[in-house]
Design a protein around this ligand. Structure first.
Ligand code: 3UK
Length: 506
């Protein structure tokens, strides 16, 4: 790693390192149930660590499945698992028994810490026997974890681990198929705290972080827990946030940095007027492409220049981004210091500016799948192939076009769905939309738009024609949607990603 700040000692426990970043009396975490100072967080983490090593008799390298919405207790569980020299396997709250069982077995988990409100699904899950016996509940009516913590000392010496020991197995929130497990080292956790937050976000102790991504999604784990701890700041962890309640929470907690997905910013932009957002300094968008139309409406509504950033579970966090005066409209940004990026053609040769190709990324974090087969698809000569079609300009800015698999090929033309979506989002009748390639005998594929209308607007054939004309007027006419369908809601993953494959089969 070429940056001097990315050097870490060979023996490193990232949870222990992050927990000493804050002043003991400063508030580390705020949740619906109250505030935890750094001192209190440290003690809770230590007690959980004792339960894991003492009561459950877990050994270094054992894996612990974690389930819970964003709460201070869930955060403490993640940190305790890592501080105890174990491997955290956080799982998305909405996963069902079938997917959970697949994850638990793939990751060979030895124990489970689960929020009480997710109990039913866990009980229906096929877990390895040891994990079933080593399951503790927290934060509800059955609180076997809290009960076990009571008898534990508040001091715990972090288990001595190597900087390149695995501490986290994170499952992708892929829009298709069974989630893939990716392994991350203690050092990787420190790296992500010292890259994007330092050079782009410029976060500091006085910051108050808030947002929606689950802690089980590395976007949320970094933005709502690891990054704030690294600088001794405060994180607000709230469950079940909607665009409206997030705006309210920004006002209530005087949040300064917000992390959420593009669709959520688009919805919030329409209602900011009712809230006092004067504390907010930075807004980070990730998870999927930020339409320029959304960047503009957020700017108009709040005066803030959105920080777009592309990240991936495989690379742990954001690797291309830009802030403030460095933002170029339509571009995601430039490689975050520490990372390199280039565009490759189908044969793996670099292409020059202005040519669309496969995004390749190299840096201090990178893909390590649990599953070897897939590793060969993702990593080529040390370059991570994220599956995104991107283009670079002569100044080194990177422009997202589409997922490689989602590029629409219609009558010989390559068409990127997100470009058409950006135009449609500018039409006053459109709340949300997804544009896909629909199989067509004559043209191979046709452009098809799935549109959610704003409240009070009626779907009609005339409106569909209007939307088609609207697109033709603003971009090359061959890109217009030959088919327009109206939906009440778009299919999305828990991480806010549009599930285009579902639109294709509608
Ligand atoms: C897409 C984006 C355009 C892109 C993630 C921030 O999303 C995260 O990780 P996932 O593994 O998905 C990775 C894929 O999502 N994507 C993410 N951000 C953007 N596309 N513009 C963006 N700004 O296809 C990428 O390959 O779920 C995001 C931090 C940590 C993360 N894990």
């Amino acid at each position: 790693f070429d940056l001097p700040e990315l050097q870490y000692p060979p023996r490193l426990n990232c949870a222990a390192e992050l927990l000493v970043g804050g002043v003991p009396a400063h508030v580390a975490l705020r949740g619906a149930g109250g505030d935890w100072t750094y001192g209190q967080l440290q003690q809770q983490v230590n007690r959980i660590a004792h339960v894991l090593r003492g009561q459950l008799k877990l050994e270094t390298g054992n894996r612990v499945l974690l389930r819970g919405a964003n709460t201070p207790m869930m955060a403490a569980c993640v940190l305790a698992v890592i501080k105890a020299g174990l491997i955290a396997v956080p799982t998305m709250p909405l996963l069902r028994a079938r997917e959970l069982g697949a994850i638990a077995n793939k990751a060979q988990v030895n124990a489970v810490l689960c929020a009480d409100n997710l109990r039913a699904e866990l009980e229906a899950t096929a877990l390895p026997d040891a994990a079933r016996a080593n399951t503790l509940w927290f934060g509800g009516e059955s609180t076997s974890l809290e009960a076990a913590m009571k008898a534990q000392p508040s001091q715990f010496d972090a288990v001595d681990t190597a900087a390149d020991d695995v501490c986290l197995i994170s499952f992708t929130s892929g829009t298709t198929g069974i989630p893939k497990g990716t392994m991350h080292f203690h050092r990787d956790v420190m790296v992500i705290c010292d890259c994007f937050p330092r050079s782009i976000l410029k976060s500091e102790r006085s910051d108050v972080f808030i947002g929606t991504p689950p802690l089980a999604f590395t976007f949320g784990l970094g933005g709502l827990l690891l990054f704030p701890l690294r600088v001794g700041a405060t994180a607000v962890l709230l469950e079940k946030l909607t665009p409206e309640s997030l705006l309210k929470a920004i006002e209530t907690y005087r949040a300064t940095i917000c992390f959420t997905a593009p669709t959520s910013y688009r919805q919030m932009a329409g209602m900011v007027g009712q809230f006092d957002l004067s504390s907010l300094k930075k807004s980070v968008s990730a998870g999927e492409a930020l339409p320029l139309a959304t960047r503009e409406s957020w700017r108009q509504a709040t005066g803030l220049v959105m920080i777009d950033g592309i990240g991936a579970t495989e690379l742990l966090h954001i690797f291309i981004s830009a802030a403030d005066g460095q933002v170029r409209p339509g571009a995601t940004g430039k490689p975050v210091p520490g990372y390199q990026a280039c565009i490759l053609d189908l044969e793996g040769r670099p292409v020059g500016p202005g040519v669309i190709g496969r995004l390749a990324v190299k840096g201090p974090t990178g893909c390590r799948y649990l599953d070897d087969e897939r590793q060969r698809d993702y990593v080529l000569n040390g370059w991570n192939l994220t599956g995104d079609a991107y283009e670079m300009d002569a100044d080194g800015f990177f422009y997202y076009r589409s997922r490689t698999d989602d590029m629409i090929i219609s009558a010989g033309y390559n068409i990127a769905g997100p470009e058409v979506e950006d135009v449609l989002l500018r039409h006053p009748a459109v709340a949300e939309c997804g544009v896909i390639g629909k199989a067509d005998e004559e043209r191979g594929q046709i452009v098809e738009a799935h549109v959610v209308l704003r409240a009070g607007v009626e779907a009609s054939v005339e409106l569909a024609v209007q939307l088609q004309e609207f697109v033709k007027q603003q971009i090359a006419p061959y890109k217009y949607p030959r088919s327009v369908k109206f939906l009440n809601v778009l299919p999305r993953t828990e991480t806010g990603k549009l599930q285009r494959f579902k639109l294709r089969t509608e």
